[in-house]
Design a protein around this ligand. Structure first.
Ligand SMILES: [Zn+2]
Length: 114
């Protein structure tokens, strides 16, 4: 958390209107992260999140990128029964607008757009 002090120092240079823009952005980030982490999963521990990073969608919208292991649900799959599941694969989560539902999309093993 020592980075936080550095950020605070930087933030002191901002004007009121810049801080207000930042405040809105922070609200959006908080919402996005809490939406993703509170999403009800159909099965217990279907996904295991390895990493979560904020970035953007291919169309340039704010997005949360998560590297996840996924369970396919087949009873005899060794990757799922013995191991962590399949992956890890990147998924990204975003909203088209603030009123829209959270969307998610599979991205795969490619480098995320962060
Ligand atoms: Zn499997």
């Amino acid at each position: 958390m020592e980075n936080l002090d550095w950020f605070k120092q930087q933030l002191k240079r901002l004007t009121l209107s810049e801080l207000e823009v930042l405040e809105g952005w922070i609200q959006e980030q908080k919402q996005l992260i809490s939406q993703v982490s509170s999403q009800p999963s159909k099965k217990k521990s279907k996904r295991r999140i390895v990493k979560a990073v904020s970035g953007h969608t291919p169309s340039g919208k704010e997005a949360l990128w998560q590297l996840e292991y996924v369970r396919c649900g087949k009873p005899r799959c060794q990757k799922c029964t013995i191991g962590d599941g399949h992956g890890p694969y990147w998924y990204y989560y975003w909203r088209e607008s603030s009123r829209d539902k959270l969307k998610s999309k599979y991205w795969g093993k490619r480098d995320p757009l962060i």
